[in-house]
Write a protein that binds this ligand. Structure first.
Ligand code: 5AD
Ligand code: SF4
Length: 459
């Protein structure tokens, strides 16, 4: 069932400004919020100064992410001082974590809503519009109602997120997510397929399936319908040319799922598979549930089914007790895998997590040095992996105009690499063949191949 969003717009115009921090799940939640508030008569603006409602969708995964939110709140406070009618709302993980305590830091907020209460936002906003007194709701529900809100895609969009599960039962010792998003919950398959079909009807050609750990999709649902079955079913939806998913826990990456990379044509050959560390001792204390050798075995399996698969990962440096030998093991793992890209972070202590009690904290300076060393190595690997594509023709889904040049278009390969090339604006949402001429660190440069019509689908 989809949420019933009111269609009629009120005559008086009200403007909504949303700022989103953090992961794709937050980006997707913001899309849902936009759809919900359109039903309340709000129109999106890119200008915070002009807004009647400012909503800040927050992240708390690392201290740095939280700090960014605090500094942004300060800016919005000034806008509120100038315009007392302005409504300030805060959602996401930081709102969930702080609850009413956030008013000590930011007493000027009007609405604070947690990760399980997105669907009630219209009600909260109406309450503030009427009574002008603050509203806080950070309770958990047995079922996350916002899972069923379908964000209406923007005009011309080719790609859309579909949340298939949310929450996490893993409790990695450094991670705050299970406390802020709650336990794992999978959406019924029919609801997901219904949404995918609707999106295809809107002209969406690429679906990105979202969940904290998509690999455990379906575990809590009766029957044997797991993530590989879901991929196969979405693979049969007409109009959907590409499927992606994020994010995956290596422990739950099954042989059946690996096989999907060979068998489901529309499943893109890219996987984000966070490893976090290359040291078995650190992995054990992180409570990750696999060893370095087991991770490498999964990589081998993926490359067996799909030799050209692109593999990206997350790594944390400076976890409590990480020795120089542990760190060297992480670099060795990177050498062994040759990731296409990597997100790397300094360990950041999060309140309430198991690792808070761990001794042997790594000094900030050492964390910084390790991060630098690791990133330098990754740059070499990324360059080398990108260079393999030089001289090859890649299938590129065009996203829109390039930021750098009026005459250029930008898109992505199936392996999730950005490609810039000369082309007409009408190519947006189309799949074209591009000969890769030059590989850079963050993108590829190519030329559209004329006459390879079989790769150029038009919708
Ligand atoms: N400190 C540093 N990095 C973290 N991550 C999660 N929690 C922390 C933390 N406390 C990283 C992990 C995860 C990614 C989304 O964020 O690498 O995969
Ligand atoms: Fe956090 Fe681990 Fe769950 Fe990922 S799997 S959200 S890192 S607890």
């Amino acid at each position: 069932m989809f949420h019933n969003v009111h269609k009629e717009k009120r005559s008086d115009r009200k403007y909504l400004y949303i700022q989103t921090f953090g992961c794709q799940m937050n980006v997707s939640d913001s899309d849902k919020i936009r759809t919900l508030l359109t039903g309340e008569g709000y129109e999106t603006t890119n200008d915070a100064e002009n807004a009647d409602l400012i909503l800040i969708n927050t992240c708390s995964i690392r201290e740095k992410a939280a700090q960014k939110v605090y500094s942004q709140l300060g800016r919005f406070r000034m806008l509120k001082e100038r315009n007392p009618k302005l409504i300030l709302a805060m959602g996401g993980c930081l709102a969930q974590q702080w609850g009413p305590k956030i008013f000590i830091r930011a007493p000027y907020l009007d609405v604070v809503f947690g990760t399980h209460n997105i669907h009630r936002l219209p009600e909260f906003i109406r309450e503030v519009e009427k009574n002008r007194s603050p509203v806080v709701e950070t309770g958990f529900n047995p079922s996350v109602k916002s899972l069923d809100i379908m964000a209406v895609p923007e005009e011309g969009a080719g790609s859309a997120y579909v949340t298939i599960m949310q929450g996490c039962n893993n409790f990695c010792s450094y991670c705050v997510v299970p406390y802020l998003r709650g336990p794992e919950e999978s959406r019924p398959v029919q609801d997901i397929l219904g949404e995918v079909k609707k999106l295809a009807g809107h002209g969406i050609v690429e679906i990105v399936l979202l969940g904290q750990n998509v690999n455990s999709y379906g575990k809590a649902i009766d029957g044997n319908f797991g993530f590989p079955h879901l991929l196969q079913a979405i693979g049969r939806v007409e109009g959907i040319e590409r499927i992606r998913f994020t994010t995956s826990h290596p422990r739950d990456l099954s042989e059946d799922l690996m096989r999907c990379f060979a068998e489901v044509d529309t499943l893109c050959e890219h996987i984000h598979l966070p490893v976090q560390s290359g040291s078995d001792d650190v992995l054990r204390r992180m409570n990750r549930g696999y060893t370095c050798a087991q991770y490498l075995k999964k990589v081998e399996g993926l490359r067996h089914y799909r030799p050209d698969i692109s593999i990206t990962s997350d790594i944390i440096v400076g976890f409590p007790g990480e020795t120089e030998i542990d760190f060297q093991a992480t670099l060795a793992l990177m050498e062994a895998v040759q990731f296409d890209n990597l997100f790397s972070f300094k360990y950041s202590e999060r309140e309430g997590t198991a690792a808070v009690g761990f001794d042997r904290q790594v000094p900030e300076k050492v964390k910084g040095q390790r991060l630098q060393q690791l990133q330098a190595l990754q740059e070499k690997h990324t360059q080398a992996r990108n260079r393999i594509l030089e001289g090859r023709v890649a299938e590129v889904l065009v996203e829109g105009k390039s930021k750098n040049s009026e005459n250029d278009m930008t898109g992505r390969t199936r392996s999730n690499k950005i490609v810039n090339f000369r082309g007409a604006h009408e190519l947006s949402r189309k799949t074209v063949s591009v000969m890769i001429k030059k590989a850079y660190l963050h993108s590829l440069r190519g030329e559209m191949v004329k006459g390879v019509g079989d790769l150029c689908s038009s919708r």
